[in-house]
Design a protein around this ligand. Sequence first.
Ligand code: FES
Ligand SMILES: [Fe+2]
Length: 314
Amino acid sequence: MHSEPPTGDEDLPDLATGRYIAGRPSFEVQAGSANSGGKGVSVEIAGAALAAIYEREVNASLERIWENVLDWEHLPWLHRASFVGVREVDAGSWGWRACVLLPQQGEPLPAWIEVCLDRARLRYVTRTLAGLGKGTEIWTHLDPVADRVTRIKVEFHLPSVPVSQGPRDLDTGLPYTRLYTRLWNEDEGMMIRRQAFLDARSAPSRQEGRPVALGSASSLRAQLPKMVDAHGARFRIVEVAGKLCSHTVSCPHLGGPLEDAIPDAEGRIVCPWHGYRFDLRTGKSADGRGLALSAAPAVLENATDEACLVWPRT
Ligand code: FES
Ligand SMILES: [Fe+2]
């Protein structure tokens, strides 16, 4: 079976403006590819050879993986070593397409890619439509082997490899398998943490209220930033403009880790997963997105150098 590469100017991005030319139909998995095989069966691509296969188990459910595949926003944040930026995004339940900026020596180079889901056959394809790597098709097959374990098989079809050369030329495919090892390691860490965030959210709510003593304020200041567990929740205490404050360490967007985010002089932090910003003094969004950190206690210091956590934040 063969996929059909985009044909005609109406299907291609305008390289001069970086905008997709109107008229491209809303995407469906292309006919030739969609008809090939069943679950996990390799596809054949016209004009490109299978240069490498990457297989592993990932500690994440199918639900987490589909969510991750649709999440284009994390590319330049979670995968900052592999993507410099993403723009011109068109997304839907079918997948997404966008111009991604790839790091190169000197200026980053653009590539227009689309990611299309074929949920029925537990697979998706990443196609490079134009720019760096044009014509590449990367097919990922998913095989859930346990509740939160999924086996993946990734096939790299490269147009630069003559079909006659045959499959799995190691030298050609090695950079791809190396890249995907790193990307999947990063994605797996994100999905595990997100799953834990969702599990904790569905747990019975905690009883908060009693103040929690933190000991000497001056000794606390010497240990900042400091993680504190109180009433079954985890907070980080930092100092902003001379004042102590605490904040929750899960991002309200998708549960990203905030415990290592370094506050700027005004107490704003950036989540490492998608770059959303928050003001630690208020817990509110600092980028206009409207999300807010979950409530955290205030940190009070008294005249006798004692510090404590007090609910609610004042
Ligand atoms: S989890 Fe998305 S910005 Fe924090
Ligand atoms: Fe990813």
